[in-house]
Design a protein around this ligand. Structure first.
Ligand code: PLP
Length: 342
């Protein structure tokens, strides 16, 4: 099965599993796991922050960050399509009494500074307190350039806001921008990074920030049941992914481009040129997306159903799979249009 639903479907490789079982372990809630400690130190150094903390998932990482930055009655300004607003079950509001202030996301994936400025609240008893700007890179596979973060920092300083960056796929962005993690982290107050997406670990994310922020976040992680014991098993996988799978992300980007190119002559498809590992395809309204997904599944290709298809390339999809997929999609489209003509 070639699974394009997400890069979260990647499975740990044999080599990753082999290194995991060699991890030196201890109880991480006591701060005793040497593999976790070394990996957190490595991530702190790499990001240029004072501290880092491993977490079970990206959602837990963002929750810890939002609650560490904002208290009750304080608000974070966020894109309405960003993960920290839309896809985390309202966790910051439910568990932290933190108020989300969603705003429109630009086609580039950025937030317009004028839009942010328009919702920043002045000191007044009627209003929640504007505290944090929550950004995202990549957003829907789109890369936000370094220059935006330089401007965002200047803007945030002027308005007394912290910046959290949901960098679930930051290494995809860095691969395209050809810059280091610390280059972007210079301009934000915290970053969350997922390792269980394109980097292929079975679980795990990392939150990086100042020592004060991460100390606060550690208490919140414990509160939401995220303190794990012999966590070095997952830290070892993340460490492996950092060294071995980050350099492979470029393949996923090339595969996405190849898939888009191979399908570019299909009249029924409108394809957005991919910037990283996501190919967005709008299906002509004559194409029944449910039928198309069913026919593709019969040929061993799994996609999410929708009039906009999001095909995500990852570690477990190679160039031969891409060529097979393009051929199969063309066959299926022909089949559907022949059926329509009868
Ligand atoms: C997947 C994702 C997350 C959350 O990750 P989980 O590990 O699935 O909780 C956060 N932000 C973005 C942009 C993501 O794509």
């Amino acid at each position: 099965m070639i699974d394009y639903r997400s890069d979260t479907v990647t499975k740990p490789s044999q080599e990753m599993l082999k290194t995991m079982i060699t991890a030196d372990l201890g109880d991480d809630v006591y701060g005793d796991d040497p593999t976790v400690n070394a990996f957190e130190q490595k991530m702190a150094t790499l990001s240029g922050f004072e501290a880092a903390m491993i977490v079970n998932s990206g959602t837990q990482s963002n929750l810890c960050a939002l609650l560490a930055h904002c208290g009750r009655g304080e608000e974070y300004i966020v894109g309405q399509g960003y993960h920290t607003y839309l896809y985390e079950a309202g966790g910051a509001a439910v568990l932290g009494s933190v108020v989300p202030q969603p705003i429109k996301v630009q086609p580039s994936g950025e937030l317009a500074f004028a839009d942010i400025e328009a919702v920043i609240k002045e000191e007044d008893q009627h209003f929640a307190k504007s505290k944090l700007l929550s950004l995202e890179n990549t957003h829907c596979g789109k890369v936000i350039p370094l220059d935006y973060f330089v401007k965002a920092r200047e803007f945030a300083d002027k308005h007394n806001l912290d910046i959290h960056l949901d960098g679930a796929r930051i290494f995809n962005a860095l691969t395209e921008l050809k810059i280091e993690l610390s280059d972007i982290c210079n301009y934000v107050d915290s970053i969350s990074i997922c390792f269980s997406k394109g980097l292929g670990t079975p679980m795990g994310s990392v939150l990086c920030g100042s020592k004060t922020l991460i100390d606060k976040a550690r208490r919140i992680r414990k509160m939401v049941g995220g303190g794990t014991r012999q966590a070095g098993i997952t830290a070892k996988a993340m460490d492996y992914a950092l060294d071995n799978n980050v350099p492979k992300l470029i393949n996923d980007h090339q595969n996405a481009k190849l898939l888009a190119d191979l399908l570019s002559d299909c009249n029924e498809l409108t394809i957005t040129e991919p910037q990283t590992n996501m190919v967005y395809i709008n299906l002509d309204e004559s194409i029944n997306s449910e039928l198309m997904a069913k026919l593709l599944l019969q040929e061993g290709i799994k996609v999410s159903v929708g009039q906009t298809l999001r095909l995500v390339t990852h570690l477990n999809i190679d160039k031969a799979d891409i060529i097979y997929t393009a051929d199969t999609i063309k066959d299926v489209l022909n089949l559907i249009s022949e059926a329509l003509q009868q």
